[in-house]
Design a protein around this ligand. Structure first.
Ligand code: APR
Length: 336
């Protein structure tokens, strides 16, 4: 058990995180920070004053705290509009971001506009961590994943083992789920890894996909596996399309908690993690999804798999796309 976990962003994912941390008793305290609801300067003054008194973070944490007696959990749960709620946290999980939604004029922000908005949010996140818990280990979930982790690193420059992104556990979970469903076996039997950037170029590694230790190709034909791999790459969008609001939230939160538990209990568990690469997989100075050993020190080691030629090429392509995004972020950060 840790003393304190800080959760940044109290939206859909942040809410599940706080709830689960309290229920699983992963720390003595959990603090949630979120500046919402945002005060609209064009509202009448009275409305502005009323909004400023509200707090998503305080409301969500009060709701969860009031349910804790029924769970027999004494975890202290609290929230704030500012970053004071994360003071002293040993572990931070970052979910802060602004989703793609219509602007007041009815048009949608471009990809660049949205990236720029989320980099501004990430600047605040980095500053909040620096002021309140500079030594925390950080798991970041917010999208675009690769760009946000890169930005946190640029702003905070933490020891590289202490900053990581969560994407691979979720993408691998999706891959495993589809394989288990198609093979009609328990999800407990399926092991797989999805590596690379968190986007359309991600690499479901078929050579690492095993059912009860047996290569997946013994159970499913090539065509079925190709369809599963394509569905895995688009799985986030599939949920978005069905929901009609926001994006996946339960599975990302549980995936981040799998990483958090590996750190808290010093499991040295091997899982895909968006980790800093210093030459591994031929990548230098960037965070990309690779298998890593996760323990009390964060990313204890990056493991280099023997990928097939095809997988290697796909990984290199995915890393080059992440590189492009990082170059774009470098340019944008100059003006933020
Ligand atoms: N500091 C802290 N929180 C912030 C900040 C900030 N500067 N700016 C915005 N937020 C908060 C928002 O107020 C919102 O409550 O971040 C929260 C994000 O929550 P949701 O919009 O509900 O998004 P969620 O589904 O939780 O996903 C969070 O993870 O998977 C990714 O794409 C997803 O980037 C998104 C993130």
């Amino acid at each position: 058990m840790l003393n304190k976990i800080g959760v940044i962003g109290g939206g859909f994912i942040g809410g599940v995180l706080v709830q689960e941390i309290a229920q699983r008793r992963l720390a003595r305290e959990v603090g949630l920070t979120d500046p919402a609801p945002f005060v609209n300067p064009s509202d009448p003054e009275e409305k502005q004053a009323a909004t400023a008194k509200q707090s998503v973070a305080k409301g969500k944490t009060l709701d969860i705290a009031e349910g804790l007696p029924t769970l027999r959990s004494d975890v202290k749960v609290y929230g704030s509009r500012d970053y004071s709620a994360i003071e002293g946290a040993e572990l931070i999980i970052n979910t802060a971001g602004v989703p793609r939604k219509a602007k007041p004029d009815g048009t949608f922000p471009t990809r660049e506009e949205l990236l720029s908005i989320n980099l501004k949010v990430t600047n605040d996140v980095a500053e909040g961590i620096k002021q309140n818990c500079p030594d925390a280990t950080i798991i970041s979930i917010a999208n675009p994943l690769d760009a946000i982790v890169y930005t946190i690193n640029k702003r905070l420059n933490p020891p590289k083992n202490k900053l990581m992104g969560m994407a691979g556990v979720l993408d691998s979970g999706r891959y495993c789920y589809f394989v288990a469903e198609a093979a009609n076996v328990s999800v407990e039997n399926v092991n797989a890894m999805v590596l690379g950037g968190h986007g359309d170029t991600m690499v479901p590694v078929r050579s690492s996909c095993l059912i009860a230790g047996v290569p997946v190709s013994k159970f499913l034909d090539n065509e079925t596996l190709q369809a599963i791999e394509t569905r895995t790459r688009k799985a986030g969008g599939e949920v978005v399309g069905l929901l009609g609001f926001g994006s996946a939230f339960a599975s990302p939160a549980w995936s981040a908690l799998e990483m958090a538990e590996a750190i808290i209990y010093d499991k040295r568990k091997i899982m895909p993690v968006c980790a800093y690469l210093d030459g591994e997989y031929g990548v230098e100075g960037m965070f990309v999804g690779v298998p890593g050993i996760i323990g009390k020190n964060g990313v204890e080691k990056v493991i280099e798999l023997d990928l097939t030629d095809e997988e290697q090429q796909a990984f290199a392509h995915s890393a080059s796309v992440v590189r492009k995004t990082c170059d774009e972020v470098d340019e944008m950060l100059k003006n933020l």
